[in-house]
Design a protein around this ligand. Sequence first.
Ligand SMILES: *Cc1c(COP(=O)(O)O)cnc(C)c1O
Length: 376
Amino acid sequence: MKLKRNILLNPGPGTTTDSVKMAQVVPDICPREREFTEIMDVIRKDLVRIVHGDLEKYTSVLFCGSGTINMDVCLNSLLPLGKKVLIINNGAYSKRAVEICQHYGLNFINLNFEYTQQPDLELISKILKENIDISLVYATHNETGTGLLNPIREIGEIVHEHKAVFVVDTTSSYAMIPIDIEKDNIDFCMASAQKGLMSMTGLSFIIGNKSIIEASKDYPKRSYYCNLFSQYEYFVKTGEMRFTPPVQTIYSVRQALKEYWEEGEKAKWERHRRTFEALYNGIKSLGFRCLLDKEVQSGLVVAVRYPDDKNWDFSNIHNYCYTRGFTMYPGKISSMDTFRLCALGAINENDIGKFFQVFREALSYYGVSIPVIYKD
Ligand SMILES: *Cc1c(COP(=O)(O)O)cnc(C)c1O
């Protein structure tokens, strides 16, 4: 079967290889059969290995759902009664974590920073000192809304000095930016299959410290479906998910992992970097301005300011490119109009070269000046 290859520059799901797509087509199987649970067992170990976790100390817990399920699970499951969560909030995804805390009525501190800047580490330390009841700290690695990279290792060190548990949303960095769970001072990280792993939607996973999960056994069970300990315990006892897993996605993940190890951590990250550089340089050469300074960018997402040109209309440009196989994506901050281009997925710098031919054509077609213009 020959499928059209679309280049997705949105922040996930990303472009996948045909072999990953085709891996979903398998004979029907009941996921409670051993043949299937054995596949999940191998996948669970591989997911820990990707962040260099010691399998004695770390485990992974799978859930059926999109990436937000991981955020929900970690926040609602890992907070003991009478304790507080600290959310380091400098982007749309950490804001979502705040909303989850509000939803569950958790006791939390929303520590807001500028969405274009890395957080102030001294302030984090001060807040932790002043609030000895904080037992859980939450941060986002790559804030996908802007492409801002947070200094996880440094934040984690402070969190651990205060004996709190550190949860990091690595959904848009896992299996791309090399992560070492132990060295990076992470207790829990997370992702879903359709981002760095370059697989299909429907499977999400949390990788974390077994003894902390075991200690959470008697914490309040605030959700019936989305509880970390319950799902973990079920895996330990049966090797299965508590409820129906995304069967076909799991087959695609098995293939995606095979391709991950074949490409290799270093080569894969270098490919994403080259893809990003091609995006960044292409944007700059057309005169566009980025939202963030280059030093704080993750190297996976570039957020670009709309030019001040009466002929600029994002949806026109988007539609022109979309019908030619390239998907652009709107921005995610309310204070400024931006669009985003991402270096996730099974794409490389050559694809970006082709994208810019089409993008440039789209700008000319709609009469947008090149180089683009800004009033200030
Ligand atoms: C994609 C993403 C998520 C999850 O979003 P879903 O729409 O639920 O898949 C969470 N955090 C970050 C940083 C992300 O990039």
